[in-house]
Write a protein that binds this ligand. Structure first.
Ligand code: BES
Ligand code: ZN
Length: 629
């Protein structure tokens, strides 16, 4: 596909020639036809005289009209046409400008509707919601799906403010990544006064209620889970306070959480004013709430200072994990902070072994997206290699006392801007060249990669040792070992299970051993999705076919990609289970978001097709499974 734009390989828009300052949206939400219908008025800043055309990104969008709005209130219709779509990218919408268009302000209104397969939108029927009474709509625009919701400059190089008027069924609540201005029966208006990249546009509409979490913070969810959510995320206000101690003032005014339906494909999404989180965080013991710390950290790293394109995604995610671990450190101590980093390294190891086994070029901090979409490059690398690199620099330059003032100055310098890695580097050198740390900077370049800083391993050693015990000892020996019954935290248990999965060899990995594992650590009845996920991967590794239904039930209980993707991948490599997995995937894939379904289809089920032979094999297998019980 080649590079689409000079500034952003994944966008047709030309931010070097024109930028968006503000967008005004008017939408009618049509649940019957699963479409948004309405208009967007973009307030552009034209950067060169005689610009021949405005190029926007679109994906499955029908434009009904386009016109330039003039000062007096009149409008001039403009000619427009769309290119053929490119897979995973979408199409280029050309809006032809009249000759002699001047530099400066330009208002363009586009009337349009979305397609019912808009890749950013998930439309749920009432049956797919918890309450079963009302439909639900939510969006997920990152990385490049905003273009399926509106024609826009869908590149993080451009930031704009927005307002929206949304008409929706009056019994439902509409929320966006913005402040609510006004709510009338069936019409809600919103305003986002801080400039944002298009990928931070977000909307959710459903039968939602809220509980307070703090002065400017609420949690929203369907009624059935809202109290459990308020309890699980009760540390939100304290996390916000801690984050602004580290990063500077919080500019977004409101910080709400929305607990999403099961098909939400991520752990969390940092939509401004309204973070989306998966309901798989509801473990009952707050042990998974660090995802909220992560999304809060994005209020500075990502949302205020934004990667200019997704080749520099580590500037969003690596910095955010770095700040997230600082929040953990401030709230729970530095041992926990380092344990957090070490757990991340276990995940990175898994990612490099599996997902990136054949793509060494994607292990770079800055990737080349000339020939692939941001989704193909998405991995733990920008998160964990990125945050580990920052931690290394921090330690090298003298620790948090020295580094945090720099971090704040970097965030202030680039607030409301979009950055590439060289901007960060320039800021780093400018700042430290003036200090006695100047010489240390040369070590950074010489020492790359890979550098693992010195972490406090106290907490990780416990899970490490358990993984050694369980992988090397027989079940009979383990039963006699008092080491295994020492009490450990939820996170240590999760890390231990993750490390066990990473062991090349596990002695006697069979039904007995898994039974002992589950009973020793109360894993049978756990609500903790991170624990269940890891246990079930061990069950797959032990090839316990009689538990296939439980495995499939978990994979289909939520479509958070972190969980369902590796499970489907593992099942794809297990001959006896593969046809069952294929059948299951075919059954549920329409309930997944498009990104999730595509990823699973691509990597674990390249030959996921329901041909006669696999169907037949499947029937035989189900018969065997039933008879094993
Ligand atoms: N911004 C990301 C989610 C994302 C990234 C969506 C790229 C689409 C494309 C979000 O902040 C995130 O990183 N979520 C993580 C949780 C985090 C604790 C590592 C997730 O969803 O697992
Ligand atoms: Zn993130």
């Amino acid at each position: 596909m080649g590079r689409l734009g000079k500034v952003d390989p994944s966008s047709y828009s030309e931010p070097e020639r024109i930028t968006t300052k503000h967008s005004a949206l008017k939408w009618t939400v049509d649940f019957a036809n699963t479409k948004l219908l309405g208009s967007v008025t973009h307030h552009f800043n034209v950067l060169e005289t005689n610009l021949p055309a405005i190029l926007l990104d679109v994906r499955d969008i029908t434009v009904n009209n386009a016109s330039i709005l003039c000062n007096g209130g009149s409008s001039i219709p403009i000619n427009y046409f769309a290119s053929d779509p490119v897979e995973d990218i979408g199409a280029k919408l050309t809006l032809e400008l009249p000759e002699g268009t001047a530099e400066g302000d330009l208002l363009v209104r586009i009337d349009y509707e979305t397609s019912n397969r808009a890749s950013a939108l998930q439309w749920l029927t009432p049956e797919q919601t918890l309450g079963k009474q009302h439909p639900y709509l939510f969006s997920q625009c990152q990385a490049i799906h905003a273009r399926s919701v509106l024609p826009c400059q869908d590149t993080p190089a451009v930031k704009f403010t927005y307002e929206a008027t949304v008409q929706h069924p009056k019994e439902l609540t509409a929320l966006m990544s913005a402040l609510i201005e006004k709510k009338e029966a069936g019409v809600t208006t919103f305003k986002q006064e801080v400039p944002i990249p298009a990928y931070l546009l977000a909307i959710a509409i459903g039968d939602l209620v809220s509980r307070p979490l703090g002065a400017n913070s609420n949690v929203w969810a369907e009624a059935g889970i809202v109290d459990a959510s308020a309890e699980e995320f009760s540390q939100t206000a304290q996390m916000l306070k801690t984050a602004s101690d580290i990063c500077g003032p919080y500019v977004w005014k409101q910080y709400d959480l929305l607990v999403m339906p099961p098909s939400f494909p991520f752990g969390g999404m940092e939509n401004p004013c309204l973070t989306f989180v998966t309901l798989t965080l509801l473990a009952g013991d707050k042990s998974l709430a660090d995802v909220v710390a992560h999304e809060i950290a994005h209020s500075w790293t990502g949302n205020l200072v934004t990667n200019k394109n997704f080749e520099h995604f580590w500037l969003n995610e690596g910095f955010t994990v770095f700040v997230e671990t600082k929040i953990v450190g401030r709230m729970q101590g530095n041992k926990e902070r380092d344990f957090h980093m070490l757990r991340n390294l276990t995940d990175l190891q898994e990612c490099i072994r599996t997902q990136l086994a054949n793509s060494p070029e994607l292990t770079k901090l800055v990737v080349d997206l000339s020939n692939c979409g941001p989704y193909d490059a998405f991995s733990s690398v920008p998160y964990i290699k990125g945050s580990t690199f920052l931690r290394y620099i921090e330690d090298l330059l003298g620790g948090p006392e020295v580094f945090e003032p720099f971090l704040r100055s970097y965030l202030q310098q680039y607030a409301n801007k979009s950055v590439v890695t060289d901007d960060f580097k320039a800021a780093l050198y400018d700042y430290f060249n003036k200090t006695d740390k100047k010489d240390k900077l040369t070590e950074i370049e010489e020492g790359l990669p890979p550098i693992i800083p010195k972490f406090d391993e106290t907490l990780a050693n416990v899970s490490k040792q358990l993984a050694v015990l369980w992988s090397t000892k027989s079940t009979a020996d383990l039963r006699l070992d008092t080491q295994i019954t020492k009490s450990i935290s939820s996170l240590q248990l999760i890390d231990f299970l993750g490390r066990l999965i990473e062991c090349q060899e596990i002695v006697e990995l069979n039904e007995d051993k898994i039974e002992l594992l589950e009973s020793t650590y109360n894993l049978k009845s756990t609500k903790n999705a991170e624990m269940r996920f890891r246990v079930l991967r061990l069950v797959i590794r032990a090839r316990l076919l009689k538990r296939i239904e439980e495995i499939i039930a978990f994979a289909n209980s939520n479509f958070r990609m972190k969980f369902c993707r590796p499970i489907y991948r593992d099942l794809g490599q297990w001959a006896e289970a593969k046809p069952i997995a294929i059948e299951s995937f075919q059954r549920v894939k329409d309930q997944m978001m498009a990104v999730c379904a595509h990823t699973i289809e691509r990597e674990c089920a390249t030959d996921i097709s329901s041909n006669y032979l696999t169907m037949l094999l499947h029937c035989v297998l189900l018969f065997i499974v039933d008879n094993c019980k």
